[in-house]
Design a protein around this ligand. Structure first.
Ligand code: ADP
Length: 432
C-alpha cells in the first residue's frame, strides 16, 4: 500500500469529513462508530479503533473498533502499552500529530514489539492522541493494516481532525454525564426535602391530634375520675355504691392507659420506628385463634366463620395481623350492644387475600365511613352511642398495619343495620 498526496485523496478527505458532518452525532458511541468507519475507508486500512488510557495502569484499552477484514482484527477490550512517543506527539505545534509506524516488521523498539504482541499480524500502525481541551491525554484514535504502508499529509490531517472531533464529542458526553448527575442529585435533594416536609407536617398533625385528644378525651375522663373520687372521699356511700364508683374509676383509668399506649404505638409506626417481623402466614389460622380467644367472653354474640380452605400463605407479621383481626372483631362486638351474629370470612381475590368482619350492630352513617380510620378526625366519630366508650385510635392503628403490609382497608355500613369491615393483603407482597 503506497500513499501519496494527490487531488483524489484530497477529494476523498473532504468527502469523508462532509459525510461525517452530515451525519451529526447524538451520542459518543454514534460518533465513534462513524469516525472509525471513515478512518478505515479513507486510509484504506484493515481496522481502526478507539482506545482510552486507563489511569491506574497507564495502558490503552480498546473500547470501540471497526474491522474491515479478519487479518488483523482488533477486539474491544484489547490492552496495549502506552507508547512513550505519545506525550511528545501531544505537544505538536498545531496540536497533536500522528504517530506513524510504517513498517512494524523493521522496527525493533520495545513499544513496537509490545504493539505487535497486543495486535498480532499488524504491519503498520498510525495513531493520533485524543487530547482534551485542558491538555489531558484521554486516549488514541488508531488504524492498523497487515501490510506496511506510507501515509500522505492529507491522511495525517484527516486523522488529526477526526481525533479532535472525537475529543469534542468525549467532552460533550462528559458534560452530559455531569449534567445528568447534577439532575439526579437535585431530584434526590428535592425528594429528601419533600420527605422532611411530610415528616414535619406529620409531626405537626400528630402534635395537634395529641393536643386535641388530651384536651378533649383526657380532660373529660380525668374530670370523671376526679369527680367520682371526690364524691367517694366526701360522701357517705354504701359499700356497694363505693364498689360501683371504684369500678367506674377503674374503667376510665384503664381507657386512659390504653389511649396512651395506642398513641405511642401509632406514632412509632407512622414514624417508621416499627419493623414488621415477616413470616409465612396463614390468615385463617390467625382468625381462628382470635375467635377462640374472644368468643368465650361474649356469650350473647354468635360468631360464625366462613373461611376459604384454599387461602394461600402470605408474608406477614403474625402479631400485628392478630392485632388487626382482634380489633375488628372487638369493634363488631362492642358496636352490636344487643348481640347478634358476627361473620368472619376470608377468600382469595385476584392477587390478594380478603378478610371481612360483618356485624348487625349500630352501623356508621355514610359521611363518617372514611373518617373512622382517621386519627385527626377524632373526636368526631361514627355517631355511635355515647355509652360505648372507645379510644378512637384502634382503626387508625389497624389501617396503619394493613398499609405496612401493602394492603387496603375500608368499611361499608348502614346505620342500625350493621357494618362490614374489609381488608386485603397482597399474596406476594414484595414491596413490603
Ligand atoms: P374505638 O372503637 O376505640 O372508639 P376505633 O378506632 O376502633 O376506636 O373506631 C373508631 C370509631 O369507628 C368508633 O368510635 C366507632 O364510632 C366506629 N366503629 C368502629 N367499628 C365499628 C363497628 N363495627 N360498627 C359501628 N361503628 C364502628
Amino acid at each position: 500500500m503506497t500513499r501519496t498526496s494527490t487531488n483524489r485523496e484530497a477529494v476523498a478527505y473532504l468527502d469523508g469529513l462532509s459525510a461525517l458532518s452530515r451525519r451529526g452525532f447524538s451520542t459518543l458511541q454514534a460518533a465513534r462508530e462513524a469516525i472509525l468507519q471513515v478512518v478505515t475507508e479513507q486510509l484504506a486500512t484493515s481496522s481502526s479503533f478507539f482506545s482510552v488510557i486507563r489511569q491506574e495502569s497507564g495502558k490503552f484499552e480498546v473500547i470501540a473498533a471497526h474491522n474491515e477484514s479478519d487479518i488483523c482484527n482488533v477486539e474491544v477490550g484489547t490492552v496495549a502499552h502506552l507508547s512513550p512517543q505519545f506525550p511528545v506527539l501531544i505537544d505538536g505545534e498545531d496540536g497533536p500529530t500522528p504517530l506513524v509506524k510504517e513498517n512494524l516488521y523493521c522496527d525493533p523498539t520495545i513499544a513496537t514489539l509490545s504493539t505487535m504482541a497486543a495486535l498480532p499480524n499488524t504491519g503498520c500502525y498510525i495513531g493520533v492522541p485524543i487530547v482534551l481541551s485542558d491538555g489531558a491525554l484521554f486516549g488514541a484514535l488508531s488504524t492498523v493494516d497487515p501490510e506496511p504502508c506510507q501515509m500522505s499529509l492529507t491522511q495525517a490531517k484527516l486523522l488529526v481532525v477526526l481525533a479532535r472531533l472525537l475529543a469534542t464529542q468525549v467532552e460533550r458526553e462528559q458534560e452530559l454525564i455531569e449534567r445528568k448527575w447534577a439532575e439526579v442529585e437535585l431530584s434526590r435533594a428535592l425528594r429528601a426535602l419533600h420527605m422532611a416536609n411530610e415528616q414535619r407536617e406529620y409531626l405537626n398533625r400528630m402534635q395537634s391530634d395529641f393536643v386535641s385528644i388530651v384536651n378533649h378525651e383526657f380532660r373529660t375522663t380525668l374530670t370523671a375520675i376526679q369527680g367520682f373520687s371526690e364524691l367517694m372521699r366526701d360522701e357517705d356511700f354504701s359499700f356497694q355504691e363505693v364498689k360501683e364508683y371504684a369500678s367506674d374509676i377503674n374503667v376510665d383509668a384503664r381507657r386512659l392507659s390504653r389511649m396512651i399506649n395506642q398513641l405511642l404505638d401509632l406514632d412509632q409506626m407512622k414514624s417508621g420506628q416499627v419493623q414488621l417481623h415477616l413470616e409465612q402466614i396463614d390468615l385463617n389460622e390467625i382468625i381462628i385463634a382470635v375467635v377462640q380467644r374472644i368468643h368465650p367472653t361474649v356469650p350473647e354474640h354468635q360468631i360464625r366463620l366462613q373461611l376459604d380452605e384454599h387461602l394461600p400463605l402470605l408474608a406477614g407479621d403474625y402479631d400485628r395481623l392478630s392485632q388487626v383481626v382482634t380489633n375488628l372483631l372487638n369493634n363488631a362486638i362492642k358496636y352490636s350492644p344487643e348481640g347478634g351474629e358476627i361473620l368472619l370470612s376470608s377468600y382469595v381475590e385476584s392477587v390478594c387475600v380478603q378478610v371481612c368482619v360483618q356485624d348487625s350492630g349500630v352501623g356508621i352513617p355514610a359521611h363518617a365511613l372514611d373518617q373512622v380510620f382517621e386519627m385527626h378526625a377524632w373526636p368526631y366519630k361514627s355517631g355511635s352511642p355515647r355509652y360505648i366508650k372507645g379510644t378512637g385510635l384502634g382503626l387508625p392503628i389497624v389501617r396503619q398495619i394493613v398499609q405496612m403490609h401493602g394492603g387496603r382497608i375500608w368499611a361499608e355500613s348502614m346505620p342500625h343495620q350493621g357494618s362490614v369491615f374489609h381488608f386485603t393483603l397482597p399474596v406476594s407482597n414484595e414491596d413490603v
